[in-house]
Write a protein that binds this ligand. Sequence first.
Ligand code: 6PG
Length: 251
Amino acid sequence: MASIKGHIHILQGADELSRALADYWLRLCREAVQQRGRFMVALSGGSTPRLLHEVLAQAPYRDAVEWEKVWVFFGDERSVPQDHPQSNYHMAVETLLSQVPIPATQVFPMFAPALDAPQNAQHYAAQLAEHVPLDAEGWPVFDLILLGMGDDGHTASLFPGTSILQEAEKSVAAVYVDKLVTWRVSLTYPVLNHARHIAVMVAGAGKAETLRQVAQSAAGSFPIQGIAPVAGELHWFLDRAAAARLPQGET
Ligand code: 6PG
């Protein structure tokens, strides 16, 4: 039986989850700036991160984070314009990046409509290679990658049954998601699993059954089970509603 690997933090509700994650962000940011002079983070898409972003954009976090030393990338992106309501970049700008003094040159949108999805993936891989510190194997090493989980157990744009799940060479790939009838661009497992820290945020009763299945199904049943840091740390930030069906041993 697969269990949920890593450190599990269960918070009362979405507010408490977001504050716990904001404290985690602040701690990791201070460590990274102290040790390497900057904080390299990849944001998650979807709706769950909105609350975290809003917490980070307010005191005390807004004033405590050294935003001028933060470099922001994205875990995945939809193939839509950067001002589209479905754009993960648009959501991040709206809820965080427009509220904090982060230099625009340190924010890297993942999709530009002038290119198609495969071209965007190739371009983003080149940007990662240029700006993110590489390990001995040439993989970009983020200080923190934030992830969510869909109710089908996908994370970033690693959807069940898609080709990107087998990608072992590229750091960024384009993937056609049949059920969404659309292209996505996403970091691949090797980059995700080379991060120093990965934080998965899961909130709400709607995710409880999927989380139970992820915890109790054989490895390989859900894409999010492939999140297994090579040398880094994996932390799950759950609210009670999402964790409600986890086996006792998982909580
Ligand atoms: C995306 C995300 C995706 C998301 C999950 C959970 O672009 O949609 O990267 O992986 O994290 O679908 O989304 P919610 O937070 O909206 O439930």
